[in-house]
Write a protein that binds this ligand. Structure first.
Ligand SMILES: *Cc1c(COP(=O)(O)O)cnc(C)c1O
Length: 398
């Protein structure tokens, strides 16, 4: 079958600058387009396809679930919610979960928890500390928490109640919040994804944890992109040995089935009461099964250790292949959340790589982002480097 991909789609809103290919099927870390062309998938649906495509253990489990129940309603108990909540809270060292369907919804719920936590204590105008380069989503509240003006601008007044500081600067955080009785929470990505693959340092995370404890603020970790094993631990903040009060998850949690979760601990878990929050799709049986099976398969197949091992290998190979090029800045990241920063804007690489049979992304204009399925093999890691190197070379030489 061949198909011509229209440059502009007449009926779908033009909200995305799309690469002119259409993918039809996949297996493992490979996908094929409607013309039969093969690609190595180093994007994983933007850190979503944890188990790759058409996984031999996931697909039969989802088929079984679809034949039983896809959706009921939160009018009734959904046993899968309790199963998945137990799996997540055990791994996080936290206590309770609210389920939704996307990352922004998880962050929206986290923001509601923080604000209500403040209002319940008599703080009428609660403020949440957020960061330069942060990305938390595209709803009015989450885009107000986001830093990028391209995301924020053009929609009228933003939500108030956010105080922005620079990442990894403890003194700046102390100064920005000093004497402000309205601060109720600090919200951050442990590794900023859309903002250019910038990690928060472990030492900084520990300092912020201690400050939140001292001040009675909630520490909210947006693990939507970095969580679910991507960095080689279940949650990226665990590299710093801390436990947040609220953690948001989505992307990789369902291996492609839409799902989001807000995981909360102790006092933060007691803020939302019956009637305070809800979601029609949130926690439906299909999404819960996808989350439960993703965790089961990740553990059966040792994917946390694998993400660390193949991620370290891939980072080393990328460094070896690219570091001598003029215009190379650095390779960074943890596990299979990897960024290659260049001195030049490199958005054109997305299309060029696709032409060469490789799916990648670029964030923050100058950072190549590699977030493949966690099943990536060493040979596939080599292939990413082989395909990417000549394109980066040509871009930097131009
Ligand atoms: C992708 C992302 C979001 C938004 O998730 P959606 O499912 O697109 O709403 C929020 N936070 C982070 C860190 C993300 O990477």
């Amino acid at each position: 079958m061949t198909a011509h991909i229209e440059a502009a789609s007449p009926h779908v809103m033009p909200t995305y600058g799309r690469v002119p290919i259409a993918l039809e099927r996949g297996r493992g870390c490979r996908v094929w387009d409607v013309n039969g062309k093969e690609y190595l998938d180093a994007l994983g649906g933007i850190a979503v396809n944890t188990l790759g495509h058409n996984h031999p253990k996931l697909v039969p489990a989802l088929q079984d679930q679809i034949a039983k129940l896809i959706h009921t309603s939160n009018y009734y108990h959904v046993p899968g919610q309790e199963t998945l909540a137990k799996l997540l809270t055990d791994r996080a060292g936290m206590t309770n979960v609210f389920f939704c369907s996307t990352g922004l919804e998880a962050n929206e719920a986290a923001i509601k928890i923080a604000r209500k936590y403040g209002v319940d204590q008599g703080i009428a105008k609660p403020e949440i500390v957020v960061y330069d380069h942060a990305f938390h989503g595209r709803s009015i509240a989450t885009m107000s928490a986001t830093a990028n003006p391209k995301v924020r601008n053009g929609f009228g007044a933003l939500l108030e109640g956010f105080t922005r500081v620079a990442p990894n600067d403890y003194q700046a955080l102390v100064e920005a919040t000093e004497g402000n009785p309205n601060i109720v929470a600090v919200m951050m990505e442990p590794i900023q994804g859309e903002g250019g693959l910038h990690p928060m340092r472990a030492e900084y995370l520990k300092q912020v944890r201690a400050l939140c404890d001292a001040k009675g603020w909630l520490l909210i970790m947006d693990e939507v992109q970095a969580g679910m094993g991507r960095t080689g631990k279940w949650f990226a903040h665990q590299w710093a040995g801390i436990v947040p009060d609220v953690m948001t998850l989505a992307k990789g949690l369902g291996s492609g089935v839409p799902i989001g979760a807000v995981v909360a601990h102790n006092k933060a878990a007691e803020v939302l009461k019956a009637g305070n929050h809800g979601s029609t799709f949130g926690g439906n049986p299909l999404a819960m099964r996808a989350g439960v099976e993703t965790i089961r398969i990740m553990e059966e197949d040792g994917l946390l250790a694998h993400a660390t091992e193949v991620g370290n290998y891939l980072k080393a190979q990328l460094h070896a292949a690219l570091s001598s090029l003029e215009g190379f800045v650095e390779v960074r990241g943890q596990g299979l959340m990897i960024g290659v920063e260049l001195t030049k804007p490199c958005g054109q690489l997305i299309g060029e790589a696709a032409e060469a049979g490789l799916l990648i992304s670029v964030t923050s204009d100058t950072v190549i982002r590699i977030v493949p399925p966690l099943i990536l093999s060493q040979a596939e890691a080599d292939e990413i480097v082989t395909k990417l190197k000549p394109l980066v070379q040509a871009l930097l030489a131009a």
